[in-house]
Design a protein. Structure first.
Length: 100
């Protein structure tokens, strides 16, 4: 366990270290920057999924809004899965999906 993990007093607190990444995606009006936040959990709810990555913007907004994300046993696995999810659907302009 990393030193910062000892700050968590109970597993229900779900303490996580945040890692931030930026990626650009081309779309009809040019390109958009998406920020991906990867959470590294001390004690994840699912023991094999220590990392959870999620983009800050939705894709496929006009059809069925989708917020790209990915889980993994490593930071690389979660980040790669999230990037594949970003590539899966087009960015269709201003977001209409709820923020959260």
């Amino acid at each position: 366990m990393k030193e910062w993990g000892f700050a968590q007093t109970t597993a229900s607190q779900e303490l996580a270290q945040l890692h931030h990444f930026s990626i650009k995606k081309r779309h009809a009006q040019g390109e958009i920057e998406l920020v991906i936040t990867v959470k590294e959990f001390v004690t994840p709810a699912e023991p094999t999924m220590h990392y959870f990555a999620q983009a800050d913007k939705y894709t496929n907004q006009r059809t069925a809004p989708y917020r790209p994300c990915g889980w993994g046993k490593s930071l690389l696995e979660a980040l790669s899965e999230c990037i594949r999810a970003i590539d899966r659907f087009p960015y269709e302009g201003e977001e209409t999906a709820p923020q959260g």
